[in-house]
Design a binder for this molecule. Structure first.
Ligand code: ATP
Ligand code: MG
Length: 417
């Protein structure tokens, strides 16, 4: 059915219609359940923040801040931005509400909408949803594995297959110094041939050149962070690998995988799925031991990840999703309609989904509606039933019909068996 209206949703946003919504609920329910099994606490944060938060924590030199953020001014002229990712808000809340207590771990999770001004295509939208988890206060590789495992638990529970884990270590500021020096030396002679972004990154953010898709072929043989790890970072990475092995989590070491900012440290990882084509990254994360200090807090290690739910939905196996109510009411006259409405109210209290026709339509139309709604049961009431103090209860799957006393608890008993 097409309409004459010219109104359409904005490019890059998504409308989620009722049947699709059932799939989304399935995913969100699993995320909540699993996150809570890991003792992650849910936090929710605003849709927009002061732009400076992202400038500082996501980083001036990142694509997100340079090109993708939706920003606007409030009436006082302060720049605000629709949140493009979760970690900055989580860190802000951690600092703002004084969550810091030495030696105490904070484990958060969120399910939030994110906004990025990118070219819309399959798996890439301007408004999308992520779930993520952040652990603040632990420097241990065990935490990194716990985060990875929580994501795989969610993929497995949803029966999502083929997600691969790529991992790397990008070291700490100490060992990175030598690496950056070597990398810049290697790239210097090649700069003219690199893309415009990478030429800019050379000064601002050279590590990021390693995972540029465009220049991949041109920087073969470039030094990688793992060649420069200090003893501490190397031991941390080994523990990360060993514990992944221990849980039978398969991984690929991708020595060009980086998160290109100074406050990212040690572990980085991404979840990819080949079936997603060019938008193959399902999620990513890593350790950011320097960020909280950089944002004005105490020196506090932290680690986290985010998964794009819209991309996950593309991998979610089809199940027979059906809209439907438990009980639909069919009545022959107004008095029965009133009585029936009372019964439905009681059944709703008992947890059943119920519906009825509010427009006094014919019995035939009411039955048609019961079918359209995939009702499991139909309660039929007419003058005759009222006089005898009963209802007809029809089991739509079996096609059987029974007479039950017109009392909510008796009907409930029947529905439950
Ligand atoms: P990509 O390389 O695809 O642009 P990214 O590195 O920008 O991804 P992150 O910032 O790590 O992605 O965000 C984590 C996850 O959020 C991604 O793996 C992806 O699943 C999802 N995501 C990111 N941008 C979008 C988008 N525009 N539309 C839908 N999902 C997105
Ligand atoms: Mg991106």
């Amino acid at each position: 059915m097409s309409s004459k209206s010219n109104f359409k949703n904005v490019k890059g946003t998504r409308d989620i219609l009722p049947l699709e919504s059932i799939r989304w609920q399935r995913v969100e329910n699993v995320v909540r359940k699993k996150m809570e099994q890991y003792n992650f606490q849910e936090i929710r944060f605003p849709t927009f923040e002061y732009t400076d938060l992202f400038r500082k924590s996501t980083g001036e030199s990142t694509d997100i801040v340079r090109k993708e953020m939706f920003t606007f001014a409030d009436m006082g002229g302060r720049s605000l931005a629709l949140k493009p990712e979760g970690t900055p808000s989580v860190v802000r809340m951690f600092l703002q509400y004084g969550f810091f207590t030495k030696g105490i771990l904070q484990k958060f999770y969120y399910i939030e909408r994110m906004f990025r001004q990118e070219r819309p295509q399959k798996g890439r939208y301007r408004e999308f949803r992520q779930f993520g988890a952040e652990v603040i206060g632990s420097s241990s590789a065990e935490t990194d594995v716990e985060l990875v495992k929580s994501a795989f638990d969610i993929f497995n529970e949803l029966d999502i297959k083929g997600v691969e884990l790529n991992i790397n270590s990008i070291g700490c500021p100490k060992c990175r110094k030598n690496f950056i020096k070597e990398l810049k030396g290697f790239l210097k002679g090649k700069l003219v041939s690199l893309c415009e972004d990478c030429r800019r990154r050379y000064d601002e953010n050279p590590m990021r050149i390693l995972d540029c898709k465009e220049d991949k072929g041109k920087i073969k043989g470039a030094p990688v962070p793992s060649d420069f790890l200090c003893d501490d970072c190397r031991a941390h990475f080994e523990e990360f690998e060993n514990r992944l092995d221990f849980f039978n989590i398969k991984f690929n070491i991708e020595n060009r995988l980086v998160r290109g900012l100074d406050y990212y440290t040690k572990t980085v990882f991404e979840f990819v799925n080949a079936n997603l084509g060019s938008q193959n990254e399902v999620g990513g994360g890593g350790r950011y031991d320097e960020l909280i200090k950089f944002m004005g807090g105490e020196d506090t290690p932290a680690s986290g990840y985010a998964v794009g739910i819209d991309r996950l939905m593309l991998l979610l196996p089809e199940k027979e999703e059906k809209l439907g109510v438990d009980v639909y009411l069919v009545t022959f006259d107004e008095e029965s309609d009133l009585e029936g409405g009372k019964i439905l109210a009681s059944l709703r209290q008992e947890g059943f989904s119920c519906d009825k026709d509010p427009m006094k339509r014919s019995v035939k139309a009411q039955f048609r509606e019961a079918d359209r709604q995939n009702a499991k049961w139909v309660i039929i009431i007419g003058e005759n039933e009222r006089k005898r103090g009963i209802v007809q209860l029809k089991n739509m799957n079996k096609g059987e019909q029974k007479e039950i006393p017109m009392e909510a608890d008796k009907i409930v008993k029947e529905l439950k068996c």
